[in-house]
Design a protein around this ligand. Structure first.
Ligand SMILES: NC(=O)c1ccc[n+]([C@@H]2O[C@H](COP(=O)([O-])OP(=O)(O)OC[C@H]3O[C@@H](n4cnc5c(N)ncnc54)[C@H](O)[C@@H]3O)[C@@H](O)[C@H]2O)c1
Ligand SMILES: O=C(O)C(=O)C[C@]1(C(=O)O)C=C[C@@H](O)C=C1
Length: 291
């Protein structure tokens, strides 16, 4: 049970957490804080948070849980604002899509042995952003990965785990570096490809016809290119090495597909496609409702 939860950045992710915790009666008060009073007032009007303030010091006063749910590029500045005012027993956590950069920023601002920061990442979301997109069931049966460090207080980790469990999420733990490599492959690369595909088509002379006749395949492949460019710019910048690695692997593979087409090697193409289809079908069966 949380007494006072403070959410920095009451958008899709922070707002959905607030809604879920309120439904579960897991939290007495939820206070929102960011730079935008209009957005925060909307969050109050929608019943997502109880109240808001633009002042980080006022926000975290008497808080027992503080969540950072802002774009990755905004984490560092926010941490500097919170550092002098965070209550001595409050737990700090985040919902950012990359973990290495925020872990490094916390170490830089709070010191290498700060034990009350629990890095986290809900593997759930959608291409819409802002508090209007927040829904209470976003995390039901979805994975939430925590990447606690060797010096993270186990009680703090357990409390963050309990918070996410109350939303219906399935909790996992993972080392920071592995998290960033895995997510680069499964989430960051697909987003880069979706943005790059639309960008490629936009630069073609036949772009108007292409977009007019685009159908299901294009729509499915590019849904995530409707995601927030600020969020994805920041993810790319903060997970550079892992994303560049998977882009290189993808470029190599794409080159092989191009070579098979060029050589009119139908058998090789079919074999590679059949293998990929099998793997994708197995994945869908295996993940069931947690995918
Ligand atoms: N959208 C997803 O699918 C998804 C999934 C998992 C994790 N995440 C991560 O969660 C975080 C939030 O994403 P979201 O989808 O909720 O975004 P969002 O745009 O819906 O919400 C972000 C919130 O942060 C506030 N904000 C932006 N810049 C700020 C700043 N400089 N200082 C203070 N507040 C600021 C905005 O006003 C907004 O309320 C990001 O780090 C993102 O990588 C997103
Ligand atoms: O479903 C979507 O729209 C998402 O992009 C969600 C998604 C992903 O699966 O890649 C995106 C970013 C996150 O950090 C976690 C989840």
């Amino acid at each position: 049970m949380i007494n006072k939860l403070v959410i920095f950045g009451v958008g899709l992710i922070g707002g959905s957490l607030a809604l879920a915790l309120r439904e579960a009666h897991f939290c007495k008060t939820v206070v929102g804080c960011s730079r935008n009073a209009v957005h925060l007032q909307k969050a109050v009007d929608l019943g997502v948070i109880d109240s808001f303030t633009l002042d980080p010091a006022e926000a975290v006063r008497d808080a027992d849980m503080v969540l950072l749910a802002v774009p990755m590029g905004a984490m560092g500045h926010l941490l500097q604002q919170i550092k002098p005012v965070l209550p001595a027993d409050a737990i700090l956590t985040d919902a950012g899509s990359t973990k290495g950069s925020v872990v490094a920023e916390v170490e830089q601002v709070f010191g290498a042995d700060f034990s009350r920061f629990v890095p986290g990442h809900p593997i759930a979301g959608r291409e819409k952003s802002g508090v209007e997109a927040a829904i209470p069931d976003l995390y039901i049966d979805r994975r939430v990965i925590l990447t606690p460090l060797p010096h993270t207080d186990p009680q703090a980790t357990a409390k963050v785990e309990a918070m996410w469990k109350a939303t219906g999420a399935l909790l996992e733990r993972m080392p920071v570096a592995l998290h960033d490599q895995v997510l680069a492959a499964t989430s960051h690369l697909p987003h880069v490809l979706a943005f790059a595909l639309v960008d490629t088509l936009l630069n073609m002379p036949q772009r108007e016809d292409i977009l007019r006749y685009a159908a299901g395949g294009f729509r499915d492949f590019t849904r995530i290119a409707s995601s927030d460019p600020v969020m994805w710019r920041d993810i790319c910048l903060t997970n550079k090495t892992a994303i560049l690695d998977v882009i290189a692997a993808f470029q190599h593979n794409l080159g092989e597909f191009a070579a098979m087409i060029d050589a009119q090697d139908g058998e090789a193409l079919h074999n590679r496609m059949a293998k990929a289809k099998q793997a994708r079908d197995n994945y869908v069966i295996a993940v069931g409702s947690t995918g």
